[in-house]
Ligand binder design. Structure first.
Ligand code: ARG
Length: 462
């Protein structure tokens, strides 16, 4: 492509370090789509003749069909997807192929391709996150009233319901979707026509190509257009936060599926056995979702580091934006699918969860609240009295509800036997009716709200 200035070909190592075709070939659809839009605009503005553009467009469509059919041979010597396609076009249609690159550069071309690819990725991830939300909301609806321990510091804190716990993830994922959509909204501008960096002297119509490619508008500054990759960074940060959320859910599934917790059972579909220990059922899918988060974070860190020292505008360093991004999107997509599968698959053990909910003096706050409500004790004093009762029960090795009234009255004489009513875990969760609280009726209402909202989102926008 630059033989005019160069006398010999590149060294083999140069070719190896320089070529991106091994990974950027996945941009072929975007590259052809961008070229078709560019060519149509060149005809419309009279920069190229209609005849040339018809031949170019037909040639591009031929290439598209050939790649689609898996019959196209990509060549490393041709460096990247842009030149592989252009060179093939020349073989097909001859001279006119050389006119396609009028008023553009690989710099705006790759920026356009990458935006188109990332935009599709954002849409696909959004859909997958919504499906995981749906799986969680359905389970939450079914188990709105199933009591389980709520933890802080991974210590029994207060009883909550399984549905409430699952809906916490639905909320996190909703914010993830907000971030993905935000990123999409901000990135949806067309860099095509910025050319190498300074724009072009040809009378191009950037609004036309922007529209043809589904962008809201052309980018406003040609230098920024070819050197911006923050649309990729935003995508990777949204993806990283989402991967972190999936990893936390996965970690909980790993814990819950242990015989020690025994809160949920995963079917054979989402667990594996051990080749040596016949009793084992390992939650490998959950562990891998947890483990793969690191790759997504790595892609973000890698791209931030690669970009931070680059002067405007394009530098070849930026070719390194691709592998990590492709991998991160593919990884997150797989993790989302696996998470939705596991959530749909897992069966809670209601008896075990309920029993665990009463361990660790989890209704101590209910007892303290009772002292405040019924005996009008200041909360700090009630906290102190309850602490002494817990200490007493603990020294006897029993639960709070197993203390006798006389024993309780030794700590606080005004306590009556009404107090036993609040020491049950069912009563405890039922009483948490504050907005956003874990009372089963609240949880049911929230689960229904989400199911309705998700069904509405899923309807195709007209
Ligand atoms: N393969 C290159 C990339 O991915 C395309 C742009 C090359 N531009 C250039 N001036 N060398 O960044």
């Amino acid at each position: 492509m630059w033989g005019g200035r160069f006398a010999t070909g590149p060294d083999a190592i140069m070719e190896e370090i320089n070529a991106s075709i091994d990974f950027d070939q996945r941009l072929w659809r975007q590259d052809i789509r961008g070229s078709l839009a560019h060519a149509a605009m060149l005809a419309e503005t009279g920069i190229l003749t209609r005849e040339d553009v018809d031949v170019i467009s037909a040639g591009l469509k031929g290439i598209e069909a050939e790649i689609e059919a898996g019959r196209f041979t990509f060549s490393r010597a041709l460096e990247d997807i842009h030149m592989n396609i252009e060179s093939n076009l020349k073989d097909r249609i001859g001279l006119a192929a050389g006119r396609l690159h009028t008023a553009r550069s690989r710099n705006d071309q790759v920026a356009t391709d990458m935006r188109l690819w990332v935009r599709d990725a954002l849409d696909q991830l959004d859909e997958q996150v919504a499906d995981l939300q749906l799986a969680l909301a359905e389970k939450a609806d079914t188990y709105a009233g199933a009591v389980m321990p709520g933890f802080t510091h991974l210590q029994s804190a207060q009883p909550v319901t399984f549905g409430h716990h699952l809906l916490a993830y639905v909320e996190m994922l909703a914010r993830d979707r907000g971030r993905l959509r935000d990123a999409r909204e901000r990135m949806n501008e067309s860099p095509l026509g910025a050319a190498a960096l300074a724009g072009t002297s040809f009378p191009i119509d950037r609004h036309m190509t922007a529209k043809a490619l589904g962008f809201a508008r052309p980018t406003a500054n040609s230098l920024d257009s070819v050197s911006d990759r923050d649309f990729v960074l935003e995508t990777l940060s949204a993806a990283s936060i989402c991967a972190m959320h999936l990893s936390r859910l996965a970690e909980e599934i790993v814990l819950w599926a242990t015989p020690q917790f025994g809160f949920v059972k995963l079917s054979d579909k989402f667990s594996t056995g051990s080749s040596i220990m016949p009793q084992k059922r390992n939650p490998d899918a959950a562990e891998l979702v947890r483990g793969k988060a690191g790759r997504v974070f790595g892609a973000l860190q890698g791209l931030l580091t690669m970009m931070k020292g680059l002067p405007l505008t394009y530098s070849k360093d930026m070719q390194e934006d691709k592998e990590g991004t492709f991998d991160a999107v593919q990884t997150l997509s797989l993790c989302l699918a696996a998470s939705a599968g596991m959530v749909r698959d897992m069966q809670p053990d209601l008896k075990t969860m309920k029993k665990a909910a009463g361990l660790g003096y989890a209704t101590a706050t209910d007892l303290a609240d009772w002292l405040v409500r019924v005996l009008k004790m200041p909360f700090r004093d009630a906290h102190h009295v309850t602490g002494r009762l817990v200490g007493l029960a603990s020294s006897k090795g029993v639960g709070l509800e197993k203390l006798s009234l006389a024993e309780m009255q030794e700590v606080e004489p005004k306590i009556s036997d009404e107090i036993f009513a609040v020491l049950g875990v069912e009563r405890s969760v039922k009483s948490r009716t504050s907005y956003g609280g874990t009372a089963p009726a609240n949880v049911k209402r929230q689960a229904k709200r989400w199911l309705k909202q998700l069904a509405k989102d899923a309807k195709p926008q007209s």
